[in-house]
Design a protein around this ligand. Structure first.
Ligand code: S3P
Length: 442
C-alpha cells in the first residue's frame, strides 16, 4: 500500500498513542505463566503483540482479546502445553527471543520460526547463553538464526532442567536480558546478567511486581529461581514513547505545530529521545508526571522548534535505539551536524536501519552518510518530496511519513501498511493531526 503525505499548514492536536509494545508483550507472557486471571488494558493490538498472543494460545494458555483489552487465565509456572505445530513469531523479535528463554526451560519440544525478516535476525545472542544454562536448543545456520528448535534430543536425553549462569552481554539488549531472565526463573541457583549499558527494564519491574525474586542494580540483574507461583498482574499499558516519538519529531520540525500526546511511558531506560531532542533545542513540556502500574508516565507537549545538531553516542544509545530513524529526520532539518555512533545494533533490526534510513532520507534531499556504527547528518533548511520505500520496516515507514509532513512537496511511502506492526492507527492519526481535527490542547 502506498500513502501520500503533504505538509499541512498546521499540525495540531491532542492524541493518545497505542500501548507500549515492550510492555504489552511482557504483560501477556508473564501473566501466561502466573497463577490466576489478569486483565491487560490498552494492550497494543499491533501485529507483533498479536503474534505473542497467538503463540501463547498455541501453548495452551486460555486468553481472549476484545479491542485493546486482553484477559488471560495464567497456566501457572508449569502449566504450558507442548505445541507440536510451528510456533509462529511473525515479525516479532521480542516474541521469538523471550519465548526461546521460556520454552528452553520446559520439559517438551518447541519449534519457533517467523517471517522472512525475522528469519534473518541474529539469535546466537540467546541460543548461546541458553545452551550454557543446559538448554537443548538449536538454531538454523550454525545456531545463529531462526528457526529455533528446543528439545530436539529429548527422546535420547531426558530434560533435567537448567542451571543458573553469570552472563555478560557484549551489547545491551532487553530482549536477551529478558530471555535469560525467563529461563533463570526455572533454573537451579542464581543467574546474574550484566550489560555494558542498561537496556529497558520493564521485565525487571513487572516480574518483581508479580512476586519473582529478582534484583536490578543498573547494568546488573540477579534472578533467583521461582519456588512459588507468580501472582497475576492486571494493568493498563502506558502509551508507547516509541510511537509518540513520531509526533514529537513531527511537531518539532513543522513550522506551525503543537501536539500533546497523553499518557506516554517515560521510563528512564527508554527516554533518551526526550533528552536528545531537548539538547537539540526542542520545545518539550512534560505535564502530569505520575507513576501508573509501576511505570513513570506523562503527557508530552511538543511545539515547533529551531533544532541544532548534536552527538548521540555511548550509554544513551540503548535508551533510544528504536527512535533513531525518526531522530535522523529531526537531524536532517536541524542546523549543523549530527553524529550518531555506537549504534551498530541498528543493522540487525527489522531492516538494516543505518542503510535504509540513509537511503530513503537521501531521496528526500537529506545530507546523510552511513557510518559503520551510525550516521553523520548535515542539516538542510528544507526536505523535498520524494517516492520512498519502507523496506518492510514499521519504524522506517513512520519516520518517512514524518519527513513528508515537513517536506516541500508530496512524499509517497510504499509499504505503508507495515506501520501496523506497532501502530495500527498511525495513518488515521496522521490524517487527523494534519487536518487539526483533534482539539488543540489550549
Ligand atoms: C525490545 C528491545 C529492543 C528494541 C525492540 C524491543 C524489547 O531490542 O529494539 O524494539 O521489548 O525488549 P534489543 O533487545 O534487541 O536491543
Amino acid at each position: 500500500m502506498n500513502k501520500a503525505v503533504r505538509r499541512p499548514a498546521k499540525l495540531r492536536g491532542v492524541i493518545t498513542v497505542p500501548g507500549d509494545k515492550s510492555i504489552s508483550h511482557r504483560a501477556a507472557i508473564f501473566n501466561a505463566i502466573a497463577d490466576g486471571e489478569a486483565t491487560i488494558d490498552h494492550f497494543l493490538a499491533g501485529a507483533d503483540c498479536i503474534s505473542t498472543l497467538q503463540c501463547l494460545r498455541s501453548l495452551g494458555v486460555s486468553l481472549s482479546r476484545r479491542y485493546n483489552r486482553v484477559t488471560i487465565r495464567g497456566a501457572g509456572r508449569n502449566g504450558l502445553k507442548e505445541n507440536l505445530n510451528l510456533i509462529d513469531a511473525g515479525n516479532s523479535g521480542t516474541t521469538m527471543r523471550l519465548l526461546a528463554g521460556l520454552l528452553s526451560a520446559q520439559p517438551f519440544q518447541s519449534f519457533i520460526s517467523g517471517d522472512e525478516s525475522l528469519r534473518a535476525r541474529p539469535m546466537a545472542r540467546v541460543i548461546q547463553p541458553l545452551k550454557e544454562m543446559g538448554a537443548d536448543i538449536t538454531g538454523w545456520d550454525n545456531n545463529t538464526r531462526p528457526p529455533i528448535i528446543i528439545g530436539a534430543n529429548l527422546n535420547e536425553k531426558p530434560f533435567t532442567g537448567l542451571r543458573g549462569i553469570t552472563h555478560q552481554l557484549p551489547v545491551a539488549s532487553a530482549q536477551v536480558k529478558s530471555s535469560i531472565t525467563l529461563a533463570a526463573l526455572y533454573a537451579e541457583g542464581e543467574t546474574v546478567i550484566e550489560e555494558p549499558a542498561q537496556s529497558r527494564d520493564h521485565t525487571e519491574r513487572m516480574l518483581w511486581e508479580m512476586g519473582a525474586d529478582l534484583v536490578s542494580d543498573g547494568n546488573i540483574v540477579r534472578v533467583k529461581p521461582l519456588d512459588h507461583e507468580l501472582q497475576p498482574w492486571s494493568l493498563t499499558v502506558p502509551g508507547d514513547l516509541s510511537s509518540a516519538a513520531f509526533w514529537m519529531v513531527a511537531a518539532a520540525v513543522h513550522p506551525d505545530a503543537e501536539i500533546e500526546t497523553r499518557g506516554v511511558g517515560i521510563n528512564p531506560t527508554r527516554s533518551g529521545l526526550i533528552e536528545v531532542l531537548r539538547a537539540m533545542g526542542a520545545d518539550i513540556e512534560l505535564r502530569n508526571e505520575r507513576v501508573e502500574c509501576g511505570e513513570p508516565v506523562a503527557d508530552i507537549v511538543v511545539r515547533s522548534s529551531r533544532l541544532r545538531g548534536t552527538t548521540i553516542e555511548g550509554d544513551i544509545i540503548p535508551r533510544l535505539i528504536d527512535e533513531v530513524p525518526v531522530l535522523a529526520v529531526a537531524a536532517a532539518l536541524a542546523e549543523g551536524e549530527t553524529v550518531i555512533r555506537d549504534a551498530a545494533e541498528l543493522r540487525v533490526k527489522e531492516s538494516d536501519r543505518i542503510k535504509t534510513t540513509t537511503e530513503e532520507l537521501s531521496r528526500l534531499g537529506a545530507e546523510i552518510e552511513e557510518r559503520p556504527d551510525g550516521m553523520t547528518i548535515r542539516g538542510v533548511s528544507e526536505l523535498r518530496g520524494a517516492n520512498c520505500v519502507g523496506h518492510g520496516d514499521h519504524r522506517l515507514v513512520m519516520a518517512l511519513a514524518v519527513a513528508g509532513l515537513a517536506a516541500a512537496a508530496e512524499t509517497t511511502v510504499a509499504g505503508a501498511e507495515t506501520a501496523a506492526i506497532s501502530y495500527p492507527s498511525f495513518w488515521e492519526d496522521l490524517e487527523r493531526l494534519s487536518t487539526s481535527q483533534l482539539a488543540p490542547s489550549r
